[in-house]
Design a protein around this ligand. Structure first.
Ligand SMILES: *Cc1c(COP(=O)(O)O)cnc(C)c1O
Length: 399
């Protein structure tokens, strides 16, 4: 098998496949980011970002990975010694908790089994017990498990006890994959990155900052310079940045936002829900188990699949990579070797899904993982029959 022929299937849950339209948009000379022409590009980007984040509030961008944006949200809105409430939904929530610790925040950590999203009842219970909590940190899509938390319900739980905490949401692997209407759901900060649903290469981190978060930011005593929102906002209002932005990625972002808005966000979400449903139809036919155990929390962007005890998921991934030139997501943290993950997000269509699932099914066969036949057929059947009539797209998670 010649690995250098044909295209590589990059089916990890981010970075995702970059469409040619975006690559070509980035193949341009770098310009003066303090020049007179620059704001024409950046002000259009800021306007379109607000549409994609579904907010009237400013969306700030940093030349950083998603982790940088997570740190930015914490250092701007909170002060050392303040208490935050965080939930162990999987690897990424654990990493965010660790960032909070390193910034001298006191983390109230609610342990979990890495198989479900945040329980809104626990949010309410903890907040009722502790009026001193300054922020709730919520993972929207836990990319390590494929479980999506019901953020509207988390907000509801906070409202039920009239708690004043901020709601900070990590949407790195759910922005432009699943609905997260920031203003409608009363989210104070949405954190994201460029390399997942936005279909760009890695390198941009985002903070969408609502009015209450901006107000807290004015009172924060955290030391920060690079991540400082105020300097960023002052410059952004004129279409500029306090330091050099990732100019080339901005060309790509401009194109990515145009593509998403042309497709219309409701259709983008429905497309993701449909592909996720088809991937799960294949998993069911294979007789394999989803890491996520709650059907209403199944992710639009990632399917994490457990292998039967005694099978090494990384060996399966290795064989699939060698034989079929496809990369699948590894099990992270305590799921290492136990599961593999399929990313079905970003620039993705029916045939890419069919190719991806074919590679998985052939890999299961090659490595002798016990499984049922007919996964591909089940997925194709799902694609042929599942439709979301106009205006009736799944609002929350879809199938
Ligand atoms: C990918 C991801 C991140 C971190 O992104 P980096 O760019 O690797 O720093 C954070 N949170 C979630 C949920 C992610 O999927």
């Amino acid at each position: 098998m010649n690995k250098h022929q044909g295209r590589h299937f990059l089916q990890i849950p981010g970075p995702t496949n970059v469409p040619e339209r975006i690559s070509l948009a980035m193949a341009r000379a770098v310009v003066d980011h303090r020049g007179a022409d620059f704001p024409e590009l950046t002000l259009r980007i800021f306007g379109n970002l607000r549409k994609v984040f579904a907010t009237e509030s400013p969306v700030l961008m940093f030349p950083s990975s998603g982790t940088g944006a997570s740190e930015a949200a914490l250092v701007n809105t909170l002060s050392p010694g303040e208490k935050v409430l965080a939930f162990e939904t999987g690897h990424f929530s654990t990493l965010w908790k660790d960032v909070a610790h390193k910034l001298d925040l006191e983390v109230v950590w609610v342990e979990g089994d890495w198989r479900r999203g945040i329980d809104p009842q626990l949010v309410e219970d903890r907040l009722r017990r502790d009026s001193g909590i300054a922020a709730v940190l919520a993972m929207h899509n836990e990319t390590s498990t494929g479980a999506t938390s019901d953020i509207a319900a988390v907000r509801g739980a906070m409202d039920a006890c009239n708690h004043d905490a901020l709601l900070l949401v990590d949407a790195v692997s759910s922005l432009a994959c699943a609905p997260l209407p920031m203003d409608d759901w009363g989210i104070d900060v949405v954190i994201s990155g460029s390399q997942k649903g936005l279909m760009l290469p890695p390198g941009l981190g985002f903070n969408a900052a609502g009015p209450k978060a901006l107000d807290r930011a004015r009172r924060s005593t955290s030391r920060n310079a690079y991540w400082n929102w105020q300097a960023m906002l002052d410059n952004n209002s004129r279409g500029y940045f306090p330091y050099t932005p990732a100019t080339t990625l901005l060309y790509g972002l401009d194109e990515a936002l145009a593509m998403l808005l042309e497709e219309d966000m409701e259709n983008v979400f429905a497309r993701h829900a449909r592909h996720a449903g088809a991937a799960r139809a294949a998993v069911a036919a294979w007789g394999l188990e989803n890491v996520c155990v709650n059907e209403h929390e199944f992710s639009n962007s990632t399917t994490a699949i457990l292998l039967p005890e005694g099978n090494d998921a990384d060996q399966l991934r290795k064989i699939i990579h060698e034989r079929f030139n496809m990369s699948l997501g590894t099990g992270l943290g305590k799921l290492k070797g136990r599961c593999f993950r399929i990313g079905h997000l970003g620039n993705f269509n029916d045939l890419m899904l069919a190719g991806t699932l074919s590679g998985v099914e052939m890999g299961l066969e090659l490595t002798g993982v016990p499984h049922g036949k007919g996964g591909i057929n089940a997925a194709l059947e799902f694609l042929a029959t599942a439709s979301f009539p106009e205006g009736k797209q799944p609002l929350l998670f879809g199938r």
